[in-house]
Structures are given as structure tokens and as C-alpha cells.
Design a protein around this ligand. Structure first.
Ligand SMILES: [Zn+2]
Length: 278
């Protein structure tokens, strides 16, 4: 599932290639991708508008339009946004097609159809997209202060892994990057947040920033299912730098002594090194 670095990579592509373009015509195939509103609302909300910016909060792409509305795109499990020349042969599961004034088409493709495309009035975000209104701090797009992060850590006994995954606390981190961040910070995923001293808190804060920035620089992670690709259809390469995710049973590349362990709780897998993560 695309996480912050993958969504940020798509955002950068949209910033370069979609901002400033007018959407002349819109086709909506499967209505499940517009379930929050309707096919007619999406078509009416997008047709004739120009995209004025490409933003992101957590895993949500937010694209302001010159009409005053915004387009939200969420990739969820398997969504892709692709830019292709007009008339290109459609891929299976192409659910939304936006015909642009520069002779290209922007597609929303999603085999599993958990993703969505919504046009909304930003003043009504709390009604239309309540989960966006409630997102926690985005550690890349917004100021992510160590002091505030320490306050959050001190305030709860929750284990670090579920805390990092909680989008209301920090927006954008999912299963892969939570594991990689905790390994970089040398902290066990089940460690209670309020057990961290000042140095460990700083290590975790630094690891969140450094792992996410390195992953963005690598264009994100494309796993063997190859579902995540950027706007031009290219995969990322950060999977080659994963230290724990997908490496269960292998020797830890950092300490050289531990063997990467995989546990499953609540249907989510967690990978960690029992030697260097304490
Ligand atoms: Zn290790």
C-alpha cells in the first residue's frame, strides 16, 4: 500500500505535469471510486477547471482547482495515477479518465478499487472528508517539532508501532516505513511510547525524517506485486534499501548479529531485529 514517500512521489509528478492544465472532459467508469459523492458530481466538479496546485497530507493527494473546490485522490491499496498521451490504450481497471488541454490524459487506475477520487469544497472538508480534517502532523509537508513529538510520546503507554501507524497522530506512515523507522531508531516495535528518554525520542524523531526523506529521494518502494508506480509508470527503488521489511529470517545488515524476526498482530506484520532494537 502506498505510504507517504510513494504518495509524495506521485505528488511531485502531478506538480510538474498536471498543475496549470485544464481538465476538458472527464469519464468515470466504476462508480465505486466516486462512492463518497457520485459520478455526476465528480464530472461536474472537474470539467472545465484548471488544477492550480498539488498538495499532500499524509497519504491524501489534495489538488486545488481554479473553481475554489479541491480534488482529493487516495490510492489506498492499489491505486495508481498515470499520465498518458491522449488515445492510449486503456489499462484494465482504469476507473477515471481526465482529458487535459495539453493532449494528455490523467488516469486513475485501481485493480482492487479501494481508492477514491472526490471533488469537495474545502470549507466543508470536515463533513465530506472527516478523516482528512482529523489527520495528525505530516512529518514532511509540515513543521514536525521534536518538542511536540516528545509531548506525544510522554502522553501514552501505547506501543511505538501502532502509535506510528495512527494517522491521527502522525500522517503518512504505514507498515513498511514504521518498521524501517523503528529499526533505524534501534527501538523495539512493542516498546511503550512513554518509556523513551530524551535521547531515544530524538533518535526516533530523526529516523522518521531521515527514512521518509531517503525513501522519497528513491521514488518510494515498489514491492514484488509492482502495484506502486509513479505518474509516468516507473517503480521506486527504496525496497533495495529496506533493512527489516520483507527480510524475515535474514541476518541484520546493521548489527550483523541479529536475525530479522517477523511477528503478526491484528493482521499486520512487523519486522525487527531483536539484537539492535531495544
Ligand atoms: Zn540488528
Amino acid at each position: 500500500m502506498p505510504e507517504l514517500p510513494e504518495v509524495e512521489t506521485v505528488r511531485r509528478g502531478l506538480d510538474a505535469r498536471l498543475v496549470g492544465r485544464r481538465i476538458d472532459r472527464v469519464e468515470v467508469g466504476r462508480e465505486r471510486v466516486v462512492r463518497r459523492t457520485s459520478r455526476d458530481e465528480l464530472i461536474a466538479g472537474l470539467t472545465g477547471t484548471t488544477v492550480t496546485a498539488a498538495g499532500r497530507r499524509g497519504k491524501y493527494l489534495l489538488l486545488p482547482l481554479d473553481s475554489g473546490d479541491e480534488m482529493m485522490i487516495h490510492l489506498r491499496m492499489s491505486g495508481q495515477v498515470l499520465l498518458v498521451p491522449a488515445g492510449a490504450e486503456r489499462l484494465p481497471h482504469t476507473h477515471v479518465v481526465m482529458h487535459l488541454d495539453d493532449g494528455n490524459e490523467a488516469w486513475f487506475v485501481d485493480p482492487r478499487t479501494f481508492g477514491e477520487v472526490v471533488v469537495f469544497d474545502p470549507e466543508r472538508v470536515g463533513e465530506v472528508l472527516p478523516e482528512v480534517a482529523r489527520l495528525g502532523v505530516d512529518p514532511i509537508a509540515e513543521r514536525f517539532e521534536l518538542r511536540e513529538f516528545r509531548r506525544i510520546l510522554r502522553s501514552t503507554r501505547r506501543a511505538l508501532k501502532p502509535l506510528l501507524l495512527d494517522q491521527h497522530v502522525i500522517a503518512g506512515i504505514g507498515n513498511i516505513y514504521a518498521d524501517e523507522i523503528l529499526h533505524r531508531a534501534r527501538l523495539r516495535p512493542d516498546r511503550p511510547a512513554n518509556s523513551l528518554d530524551a535521547r531515544a525520542s530524538r533518535r526516533l524523531h530523526d529516523a522518521i525524517g531521515s527514512v521518509l526523506r531517503e525513501a522519497i529521494a528513491a521514488g518510494g518502494s515498489t514491492l514484488s506485486d509492482a502495484q506502486y508506480v509513479d505518474l509516468m509508470g516507473d517503480g521506486g527503488s527504496y525496497q533495495d534499501d529496506h533493512r527489516v521489511y520483507g527480510r524475515a529470517g535474514e541476518r541484520c545488515l546493521t548489527c550483523g548479529r541479529g536475525w530479522i524476526r517477523r511477528t503478526v498482530s491484528g493482521g499486520r506484520s512487523t519486522h525487527f531485529c531483536p539484537v539492535c532494537q531495544r
